[in-house]
Design a protein around this ligand. Sequence first.
Ligand SMILES: CC(C)(COP(=O)(O)OP(=O)(O)OC[C@H]1O[C@@H](n2cnc3c(N)ncnc32)[C@H](O)[C@@H]1OP(=O)(O)O)[C@@H](O)C(=O)NCCC(=O)NCCS
Length: 290
Amino acid sequence: MEGGSRWIFGKRLEMVRSGKVGQRLGGSSHRPGAGPHRNSIRRSTNQDLADIRAWLEEEEERKVPGNFLCNFALIEAGHKRGELLVFIDGKVGRPAGYQLGGLIRPGILQVRHEYRRKGIGRKLVERCISLALRREQPLLYITCEPPTSIPFWNAMGFTLLANRGHPVAAYRVLGKSFVLPAPGEPIDVVVSFYPNERQWDPGTAAVHSDSPAACLTPDHVVHLERRVALHEEIIEGYGDAMVEITINESRVYLDKAKYPESTSIGVKRCINGYFIDQIRLDATQLVLTD
Ligand SMILES: CC(C)(COP(=O)(O)OP(=O)(O)OC[C@H]1O[C@@H](n2cnc3c(N)ncnc32)[C@H](O)[C@@H]1OP(=O)(O)O)[C@@H](O)C(=O)NCCC(=O)NCCS
């Protein structure tokens, strides 16, 4: 079986997909995703926390770079909240990496020194991404601390936020595609996000604008082929984000993204910004005529 999950004592045990990680970790006798040596990513247990503490203390003694022993209280608090993810090397049954923060908020990601560059960091990031998508949190935000982790975060698709001082922060927007409903009528849509000054200055440039293929269905819903999202970090310091919706070259909406009217139209709030999957035209009080 490739990855997948199974139920044990009423809890779902999610298994890491086979391939790169298992092969790199296990050598020839280790068959990834099979037998008792499966690698897995799961929520931490008390034993995992104790193992992580021993690992970090041991690496502290060896002066291994990129060790978060100084933040152990945060790691422990995350464990108690049930938010600490661990990558378990199935061969030895102990954590080889952990992640805290889910990539939604600045957190901690650390891989055991002798396990680095074997794909474990990537696997933990991929797991966080699938959890974030499941929770409708498509806007990721992290800090690159220590700065030696910047090449890793670049490789994970993150964009650095320049000129923000220390530590360097980075974000990533997770896209989502949709199949347009067959009975829909094709329609031109532009969704734009602006800094707050757009309220009084029509010359303000949009910080993000997108015009996905779209269609209108008889229930007055405009379906977008892909999600349009604004990561608030990119307008940090520019006040409340404004959202503008233009349909067939006519503006149908322009107001603060945080207003309830925007929510009625289809603007969704998430921890790090806003996104739109569908636009409910009846909420804009717009009547489309041929
Ligand atoms: C950063 C860290 C989490 C990466 O974990 P990892 O398991 O070693 O990373 P992966 O093997 O999954 O690497 C994925 C890709 O990232 C890039 N990458 C990772 N480490 C890199 C490095 N030191 N230099 C350049 N590129 C790097 C590579 O493109 C790599 O792909 P490749 O191995 O196929 O070339 C790990 O090095 C670590 O624990 N460092 C100390 C703590 C830290 O810096 N944490 C991050 C901030 S919280």
